[in-house]
Design a protein around this ligand. Structure first.
Ligand SMILES: [Zn+2]
Ligand SMILES: [Zn+2]
Length: 176
């Protein structure tokens, strides 16, 4: 049965993130530094994320592009498909081709917001998903944690983002 829960996240209550923190690709060439807590963290169970990661779901931390600082390495960008049909552009290490973040062409903030691949952080333990999305295609053997919002497709940003994240988003929209 698909869970249908949607409520505002209280990110500060659930996160133990100490900043700045760092991450990178597998070969060690690309290194980046995260300068702010994510606006929200998605567990995305869409069938395209499953194919593109070769796994049950993708974990993406959404953060302002300016808050992801590239420390070293060469990156390139490749566009792939998304459920909206508009695609996402994935940033990868040119050497080992591991994806470190992407942006969605459908997203209102476009390249101003990065979907950081949580598994590339040096310590991903402090970044559990705030919301599980596209659970209509969740693999049936996977049980989601109780108390974490889960929606069949996407959530309403105004009803789900924390107050602080809404303020940061408004600021980005203003400057766009
Ligand atoms: Zn997805
Ligand atoms: Zn690499």
């Amino acid at each position: 049965m698909t869970q249908q829960r949607n409520s505002r996240i209280d990110a500060d209550a659930t996160r133990r993130i100490s900043l700045p923190c760092e991450g990178g690709c597998t070969c060690g060439s690309v290194r980046y530094r995260l300068l702010a807590t994510p606006l929200i963290i998605h567990g995305c169970h869409c069938s395209l994320c499953q194919r593109q990661t070769g796994s049950a779901f993708a974990i993406n931390a959404l953060v302002e592009a300016e808050n992801v600082e590239v420390l070293s390495g060469d990156i390139d960008m490749l566009k792939v498909m998304t459920p909206s049909g508009l695609g996402q552009t994935i940033t990868r290490c040119t050497n080992c081709h591991v994806a470190v973040w992407s942006y969605y062409h459908k997203h209102e903030l476009n390249e101003r917001i990065r979907f950081l691949r949580v598994g590339t952080l040096d310590d991903p333990t402090a970044f559990p998903p705030d919301v599980h999305i596209y659970t209509s295609t969740k693999l049936p053997w996977l049980s989601l944690p109780k108390g974490v919002p889960a929606v069949a497709r996407y959530y309403k940003v105004n009803e789900t983002f924390s107050r602080d994240s809404l303020a940061r988003r408004a600021k980005l929209l203003e400057t766009g």
